[in-house]
Write a protein that binds this ligand. Structure first.
Ligand code: DC
Length: 230
């Protein structure tokens, strides 16, 4: 049976997970958050005081960190060595470690296998950095979702404020630009727009506009493929 896949790639803070979740819910697909998987491994490295500069230690630790995905009430749960770590992986510290440690091919290949196997079993909306270019090169629809670094920093600032966390917006933007540089310039499977991906710049769009744009593109694909078949 054919399973559909929608790949949503883009830089940190572009709104990928919010949008991917909404699109998945609308289409009744499974939402696969690949960043959460990198974050779970990052948490393992942090907990075990593994320096990200120590390639050998990172490679060795990958043999002991088992990442699994489960779904509870439609929400993705990341299980690290049997422990649900969903509530522990959303910190800046874990995000930065995930960005730094994901440059290692051994880290990536471990998770890519899991991601591909999920797309084989179900219709998925998968978000990440290289889903369209590397994980699912045959995805039915590829979206490259971005926004200016200023706008992404502004959204992050508001999100933190709502959670009662004070932060400096300029520091956030600096962090975002640094993370973009690292994600775009790593040697193995960097963040970049796939040749056949559609660019969606959400800087001046509402979440509903972005969601509806992506659904419209997907519906066009389905219509065209049924025309081809018929
Ligand atoms: O999307 P996120 O902020 O949860 O991702 C955290 C880091 O994980 C990101 O900076 C880079 C890495 N990552 C990756 O390399 N490839 C992915 N498909 C997803 C995330």
């Amino acid at each position: 049976m054919k399973h559909y896949s929608i790949a949503i790639d883009g830089p940190a803070g572009a709104g990928k997970s919010t949008i991917a979740k909404m699109v998945a819910r609308h289409l009744n697909f499974i939402y696969v958050d690949t960043g959460a998987m990198y974050r779970a491994l990052a948490l393992y490295f942090l907990r075990n005081n593994i320096s990200v500069a120590d390639k050998e230690a990172i490679e060795n630790a990958c043999n002991y960190a088992d990442v699994m995905i489960d779904y509870k009430d439609g929400e993705q749960q990341v299980i690290l060595n049997g422990e649900n770590v969903n509530s522990l992986i959303r910190t800046e510290e874990v995000g930065n470690m995930a960005s730094a440690s994901s440059v290692y091919p051994v880290v990536r290949l471990k998770l890519v296998e899991l991601q591909r196997s999920m797309a084989k079993k179900a219709d998925v909306v998968m978000d990440g950095r290289e889903i369209g270019t590397f994980v699912l090169p045959e995805a039915d629809l590829k979206i490259y979702l971005t926004a200016s670094s200023k706008e992404r920093a502004r959204r992050r600032f508001i999100e933190l404020k709502e959670r009662g966390i004070s932060a400096d917006i300029n520091e956030i933007e600096k962090d975002i630009i640094e993370r973009d540089m690292r994600d775009m310039n790593r040697e193995f499977a960097p963040l970049k727009q796939a040749d056949d991906a559609i660019l969606v710049d959400s800087s001046h769009m509402t979440v509903d506009e972005v969601k509806n744009t992506i659904i419209k593109y997907f519906e066009e694909i389905i219509q065209n493929s049924s025309k081809e078949l018929g």
